[in-house]
Design a protein around this ligand. Structure first.
Ligand code: UDP
Length: 301
């Protein structure tokens, strides 16, 4: 029998790319999504027999359990994911992200799954004192988004401990790739640049553009997911990034467009870089897609 995977937030950027990878290796996928940021079109290339789509708000659901029956793997990616809106409306973020996670982990614990993977966030490091930052370094929660994602991770790890649930938490760094959410007021840098380049507008560089981030291509991220599924590791937290730092000016140079410098975003770290040795060692994985190649592929489509 085919393996069954449930993906919360499966119609979003990361979820839909993960769906592609799981279908490719023969899984039957159940997508749970409230379609606030997720899109039907992200999954429209799949056949109904491979991907079942359910419109549901996990944080408000009463009987989530029924969708988890027979599941081998659960990927909990659904969340509200923007920092500034989380400062404007913390309660909404707590309800969605914390209560949502509690409901998912409860439902998953009722069916005996092989592994649950939680999408945590590198925002838990705040303004990191040490670069590259390892999983053992200081937690520094600077906004409600970071708080809710970190509480979610604590819930996942607590269930792993209490109920011997086979749970993994991945702290995502800056993930990019096809279907990255369309640019907007708080858009991710690569989606903004892509939109600007295609519409012949100047690239909006925040501050002096010398700040750096750790960009990981969604296909490299998905491959780490697939490798951890097969591994013996459970009850662990891993950074998930490329381990390479790239400045915003360098990203702009790959896009090769006109530039416009805009005012800084208060509270954001100057640099962010993952120490990924723990994950590399445990699952024999390494990121393969360079930032140059990843962006060129995006520009081609
Ligand atoms: N950024 C930028 N121009 C944009 C959007 C973002 O220069 O149009 C910068 C932003 O200030 C930050 C970096 O790019 O320093 C990454 O921002 P993003 O929102 O993609 O991710 P973050 O690391 O802030 O979560």
């Amino acid at each position: 029998m085919a393996l069954k995977s449930v993906i919360t937030g499966g119609a979003g950027f990361i979820g839909s790319n993960l769906t592609d990878h799981l279908v490719r290796i023969g899984h039957k996928v159940v997508v749970l999504d409230n379609f606030v940021s997720g899109k039907k079109s992200n999954l429209s290339h799949h056949k109904k027999k491979d991907v079942k789509i359910i419109k549901i708000d996990i944080s408000k659901s009463k009987n989530l359990y029924k969708y988890f029956k027979g599941a081998d793997y659960v990927f909990h990616l659904a969340a509200l994911a923007e920092i500034i809106p989380s400062i404007k409306n913390p309660k909404k973020y707590f309800n969605n992200n914390v209560i949502g996670t509690l409901k998912v982990v409860e439902a998953a614990n009722k069916v005996k799954i092989k592994k649950l993977i939680y999408a945590a966030s590198s925002s838990c490091y705040g303004t990191p004192k040490k670069l590259p930052t390892s999983e053992k370094d200081e937690i520094n929660l600077k906004n409600p988004y970071a708080v809710t994602k970190f509480i979610g991770e604590e819930i996942i790890m607590n269930y792993a401990e209490m109920f011997k649930m086979p749970n993994i938490s991945f702290r995502f760094f800056n993930v990019y790739g096809p279907r990255l959410n369309a640019s907007g007021q708080y858009g991710a840098v690569i989606s903004n640049f892509l939109f600007q380049k295609k519409n012949n507008k100047p690239l909006t560089i925040v501050g002096d553009g010398k700040q750096t981030r750790d960009f990981i291509h969604v296909d490299d991220l998905a491959n780490a997911f697939l490798k951890i599924l097969k591994s013996k590791y459970n009850n662990k937290i891993y950074n998930l990034g490329s381990g390479k730092k790239t400045s915003i000016n360098y990203i702009a140079s790959i896009f090769n467009g006109k530039k416009k410098f805009i005012s800084i975003r208060p509270g954001e770290p100057k640099d962010s870089l993952a120490n990924i040795s723990k994950l590399k060692k445990d699952i024999n994985w390494k990121p393969k897609i360079s930032i140059e190649k990843g962006i060129k592929n995006l520009l081609r489509n």
